[in-house]
Design a protein around this ligand. Structure first.
Ligand SMILES: [Zn+2]
Length: 355
């Protein structure tokens, strides 16, 4: 998208909010920008337990990687089991790793990660969370996938995100045991408990009261060991932000949700470029110490997700990403969890000492 168009849309979102966001951006110090990619099979939103999972989307990652490298960003590919078994993904990721332009982390989908374990019969057509399995099976699943990733890529796994954003104390304890340093499963202000799992009474994790800045999760068994939680960039606002598609009707439709508060993610969801730019302004101007973007690998392939179904949807996504990344590059520098461990140690420790 030409910069002129971007500037116009940017002015629009500045003028519509009930409180005009300052345009004076503090760019004296650039903030770290981390791109996270949940790297998993095609269109899992349409899949059920035991369905075959294709991994065609691996073929579409080089385009995204090139865009990231254009702005000196290095994505963190949080890969699950079917992807570590995808030749196309492994070849692509090894090349980026060799050039030090990405990090590989772990993303665990309990329903398609060995060992197999049959959960009790249920009528649910939903996918199970890892925490629905006995703790020894949870551990085996974490152990096997960690081994597969470390063995395939010849590098220590340091970062992790739970499948369907789910975590609990047992999960954190196991991640610490297997040498993980960073978790990025927390989605501040978001409660996933309405998202049921496979077993009766199972549900997602409630992060509605979790911090939006990095904090430490200490082992219950060894107080010297901990994970650093690095939440996804999400903010909660009560303002109307003009959707990308023009028209007063869209603003009228958006108004009630703004009055009821809305959560803005640093995550493309079609027609939300203005919202993401608005969020970047907030994060760059406030005391936030980093920006964390997320996308699924399958969202980079047309038909790979319900959000981006057609080739035109993908072109629009890339137009938006180009604008977003160019804008972020003015105020941030690209990094990975692996390369930010010292920084994250420092800022998470400071938060603890303030308590
Ligand atoms: Zn996932």
């Amino acid at each position: 998208m030409p910069l002129k168009v971007f500037r116009e849309s940017y002015r629009l979102h500045l003028s519509i909010g009930s409180e005009v966001i300052t345009t004076k951006i503090n760019n004296d110090i650039k903030k770290p920008f981390i791109i996270t990619v949940d790297t998993e099979g095609d269109n899992l939103w349409a899949k059920r337990i035991n369905d075959f999972i294709p991994t065609e989307n691996a073929m579409f990652l080089p385009r995204f990687q090139r865009l990231c490298e254009k702005y000196s960003f290095a994505p963190v590919y949080l890969a699950n089991y079917e992807m570590v078994k995808s030749e196309a993904f492994v070849e692509f990721a090894k090349d980026a790793l060799a050039r030090q332009t990405c990090e590989i982390g772990m993303h665990l989908h309990a329903w398609n990660s060995p060992p197999d374990y049959k959960l009790p019969e249920t009528n649910s057509s939903n996918l199970p969370y890892l925490m629905e399995y006995p703790v020894d099976i949870m551990e085996e699943k974490i152990k096997i996938l960690t081994y597969e990733l470390e063995n395939t890529f010849d590098t220590k796994m340091l970062s992790h995100r739970g499948g369907r954003w789910a975590t609990n104390d047992d999960y954190f304890e196991l991640l610490i045991k297997y040498g993980y340093k960073v978790d990025c499963s927390v989605t501040p202000y978001v409660d996933w408990t309405d998202n049921v799992g496979y077993s009766p009474n199972s549900h997602g994790t409630d992060y509605s009261c979790h911090p939006s800045s990095p904090y430490r999760i200490y082992s219950k068994k060894d107080k010297n060991r901990y994970l650093i939680e690095v939440p996804v960039s999400i903010c909660k606002i009560r303002e109307v932000i003009k959707p990308d598609n023009e028209g007063i009707e869209e603003n009228v439709k958006a108004a009630p949700s703004a009055i009821n508060e809305q959560r803005i993610w640093l995550r493309p969801q079609r027609n939300n470029l203005n919202k993401m730019l608005y969020l970047v302004d907030i994060l760059v101007n406030d005391s936030t110490q980093y920006l964390e973007f997320m996308i699924h690998s399958s969202e980079l392939m047309h038909g790979g997700s319900p959000t981006f179904e057609t080739a035109e949807d993908i072109e629009k996504l890339y137009d938006d990403l180009e604008v977003l990344f160019e804008y972020i590059s003015r105020y941030c520098y690209g990094t990975t969890f692996h390369n930010s461990i010292e920084f994250l140690e420092k800022i998470s420790a400071e938060e603890i000492s303030n308590e």
